[in-house]
Ligand binder design. Structure first.
Ligand code: 1HN
Length: 349
């Protein structure tokens, strides 16, 4: 046995591997230690994207191509450890999308789930299944699998948000379907605010039967989530690893808002330092308010509002903040928990 756990390759063995290779057969013992690792071993690297810098490039893209021509004018946040793969983590995609005043990103649908987290502008809309929602800073908006969706900006300011999709997961299962809508925009058939009224008031329509895998709410307004954290803050019960951390839920079943992706919003009070924490769900963080630094596996990243950073699977994380700070995050925890794969390590706290 050589040092990497792979049995030595003798000339006889090499000849044998070559011979059976022609028959689409290959020896497990030559690859076993690289496919079954004692701990997660990922190509995903820790990385931070400074929003101001990315926004400058996105605005430059705004002058190069219209939303109409691009279908979606997006700069992908591509993990430097996996170039060319359109991935921010092994299982997830992230991008920054720009919709200029007067533009429409045409209606389409696909089997990938999408989330939006609003970063710039206010009052542009996204339409999902016949209902429009106006988007404001920090709003978390979902597009369920195979739901028609289009975006439009009738304001006089550019609108920018972070897109998070489960593209690599859907690709892994070879289950991608997509189609365009015959018109740029789908007909508006429901009033704005309808889904939040029906499902977002701690109540459900009397005969509602929950059959879909995604939440019936498609905009979780930041104002509401932020207020909840502010009230909880007064109680002063801090989790050592997370500060105050809330999970976005599907109100119909208490599960995650989306079938594959989990989202959270957390508040870390001024001068808080979290305890070392790691979990198997590689996580994308967006700084919403405040400022501080996050140390991932010994490497420190300073961040301020709108900066985006990624923590790979099973790497330890410590956040330190200089002022009250809010972080939005998303990961594939929803999928991992359904499959019985998710693990965390809180140290001893
Ligand atoms: C998509 O549908 C949107 O609807 C954004 O805004 C990004 C990336 C890949 C595939 C579909 C959107 C996307 C996407």
């Amino acid at each position: 046995m050589s040092r990497d756990g792979v049995p030595e390759e003798t000339p006889e063995r090499a000849a044998f591997y070559k011979k059976i290779g022609e028959k689409s057969l290959t020896p497990l013992w030559a690859v076993m230690s690289s496919i079954i690792t004692p701990e997660p071993k990922s190509g995903c690297q820790s990385h931070l994207w400074r929003y101001a810098e990315a926004k400058d490039y996105l605005m430059e893209a705004g002058a190069l191509i219209t939303a109409q021509e691009a279908e979606r004018r997006v700069l992908i946040l591509e993990n430097p450890g996996m170039p060319g793969e359109s991935k921010i983590t092994t299982s997830l995609y992230a991008g920054l999308q720009l919709v200029m005043p007067g533009e429409v990103a045409p209606a389409h649908r696909h089997s990938q789930s999408a989330l939006r987290f609003v970063l710039d502008g206010h009052g542009a809309h996204t339409a999902v299944n016949g209902e429009r929602t106006m988007m404001e800073y920090g709003d978390f908006v979902i597009t369920p699998p195979m739901a028609w969706h289009d975006h439009g900006n009738e304001t006089d300011e550019p609108m920018i948000w972070l897109d998070g999709l489960d593209i690599p997961i859907v690709g892994f299962f070879d289950t991608s379907f997509a189609e365009g809508y015959p018109d740029d925009e789908q007909p508006v058939t429901r009033i704005t605010g309808d889904s939040l009224a029906r499902f977002g008031a701690n109540m459900l329509p009397v005969d509602y039967r929950h059959e879909k895998a995604s939440s019936p709410i498609f905009n979780y307004p930041y104002a509401r989530s932020r207020d909840a954290l502010e009230v909880m803050k007064q109680q002063g019960e801090w989790d050592p690893c997370h500060g105050l951390k809330l999970r976005y839920v599907n109100p119909a079943d208490g599960g995650f808002a989306m079938p594959t992706m989990a989202q959270h919003l957390q508040l870390l009070p001024k001068n808080f330092e979290t305890s070392r924490y790691r979990s198997t769900d590689a996580t994308v963080f967006v700084a919403v308010e405040g400022g501080g630094r996050t140390t991932i596996d010994g490497q420190t990243f300073n961040w301020g509002p709108k900066d985006i950073f990624v923590v790979p699977s099973w790497k330890s994380v410590v956040h330190q903040v200089d002022e009250d700070s809010v972080l939005f995050s998303y990961s594939d925890r929803a999928a991992q928990q359904k499959l019985g794969l998710w693990r965390e390590d809180r140290g001893n706290v």
